[in-house]
Ligand binder design. Structure first.
Ligand code: IN0
Length: 418
């Protein structure tokens, strides 16, 4: 669960965190007994936290397809990320990955920790993939092929321009959006979404990750590739790593704000995509990561800590988002609230202030025009912790039990004084 300090500071996180913990326990108990499906679902729990829980609500057939899609993409990503593999070995593997998923005997040792296990035992993923219905297999194969080719293209190419940045994010995340839209369509409950909308869903998530993970990526040993486009950072510093040095703090924050402003452009498409979803389980599955992304951007904006440590939404807030996201009313409310938080952090002397404000206002207008922004519970606006009567009673009972225990075990003072 979240740290005790965080829960005491935000007591209303306690119940959603407790519910999330229970849901995680229930999900772990439901791991299928067949070895290949058991491997896939327990691997999913190891490599993703909230994703593994949210996927549980999908109908079983779609859930299996999304689980395999996720693991295939994680495996592809493991090959792409492994800096110890030479480019001439890596490129053919990436390009042919869509064929390997049909081959139960294929495996390639790379990656570390749980990703190494995923790669070593990839036959479980292939076996499960071959049990999916044809329409799901074809969607996963097509996206894996296009993503592998795109990753291969960027193995020897830096992200220079904003167009490169959008192209790279399309390969690694936009295509995930296209693939999921195909899987949703194949499941029979959704329309087939236009590609640009599906693409934006992935780009909004991936750009948020790229912004949030600056320090982790730049400090990685051996050096990992960086995805902040030169066209943006070169306006502020000579080398991308200069952003982490204290003497460049002002420029670093301006550059960060430029990157956040770039990501905001996708909000309109994302809201349109989500508002057209029909199935409540698919809706929840899509909406939770999007709300987490706008929350993370609001947290990162104008925040020097991005260059000093980890900036992430606290676990309790994530639990609240998972608990409260049910309909589009919740999405408009959350987007409105997090974009208001972001707007309140914009300083008018920031070089991109005008663009940032106009992108936020465009998003807020969509939320307002939905006519649903009334009587919502806030995620962030409470500055002081509020203690509910139930929580006060609980703390009182725990203190009373502790007092009774300590009293019962105290050495008898009367005896000593006699
Ligand atoms: C995802 C996306 C994802 C989920 C739902 C709908 C989507 C629509 C379009 C594109 C992507 C969509 O969600 C996961 C979320 C995730 O993995 N979260 C991590 C936390 C974190 O901070 O990384 C967790 O531990 O739960 C996501 O980030 N990606 C992803 C990958 C595959 C699939 Cl099938 C769905 C990765 C990425 C690169 C952003 C697309």
């Amino acid at each position: 669960m979240g740290s005790l300090k965080a829960v005491l500071k935000h007591p209303d996180d306690f119940y959603p965190l407790f519910k999330l913990k229970m849901a995680a326990k229930a999900a772990e108990k439901q791991i299928p007994s067949e070895p290949h499906w058991g491997f896939c679902y327990s691997m999913l729990h190891k490599v993703s936290r909230s994703f593994a829980l949210v996927i549980q609500q999908l109908n079983p057939e779609l859930r299996d397809a999304v689980c395999i899609f996720y693991l295939v993409l994680r495996a592809l990503d493991t090959v792409e990320d492994d800096t110890s593999i030479a480019a001439d070995i890596k490129v053919p593997i990436l390009v042919a990955f869509h064929q390997h998923i049909y081959d139960r005997d294929w495996h390639f040792a790379c990656g570390t920790k749980e990703y190494k296990v995923l790669m070593d035992q990839f036959h479980h993923v292939s076996t499960a993939f071959l049990e999916l219905s044809k329409s799901y297999q074809e969607a996963i194969e097509d996206i894996t092929m296009r993503m592998g080719a795109g990753m291969a293209k960027f193995i020897c190419k830096e992200v220079e321009t904003i167009d490169d940045y959008d192209e790279y994010c399309h390969y690694v995340a936009g295509l995930v959006g296209l693939g999921l839209s195909k899987l949703f369509y194949a499941s029979g409950t959704e329309i087939l979404f236009p590609d640009p909308l599906s693409n934006s869903m992935g780009l909004f998530l991936q750009k948020t990750n790229i912004i949030r993970d600056y320090l982790e990526d730049i400090n990685e040993i051996p050096k990992s590739r960086m995805f902040w486009p030169r066209e943006i950072w070169s306006k502020y510093v000579n080398k991308l790593e200069d952003l982490k040095y204290e003497e460049n703090s002002k420029k670093a924050v301006q550059c960060l704000n430029d990157m956040v402003t770039n990501a905001l452009i996708h909000i309109e498409d994302c809201l349109k995509y989500m508002s057209d979803l029909r199935d409540p389980a698919i809706f929840k599955f899509c909406a939770i990561p999007q709300i987490m992304a706008i929350g993370t951007l609001a947290l990162c904006y104008n925040n020097i800590e991005v260059f000093r440590g980890v900036v992430k939404m606290r676990r309790g807030l994530t639990a609240k988002v998972i608990d409260r996201t049910k309909t589009m009313v919740d999405v408009y409310g959350a987007f409105y609230e997090f974009s208001s938080m972001l707007k309140s952090k914009v300083e008018m002397h920031d070089p991109n202030a005008k663009t940032t404000i106009s992108r936020i206002e465009a998003a807020q207008k969509i939320c307002r025009d939905s006519g649903t922004l009334t009587n919502r519970r806030s995620y962030i606006l409470k500055s002081e912790p509020s203690y509910s009567p139930a929580l006060i009673a609980l703390v009182f009972i725990i203190l009373a039990i502790l007092y009774a225990y300590v009293s019962a075990n105290r050495p008898n003072k009367i005896k000593l004084t006699l």
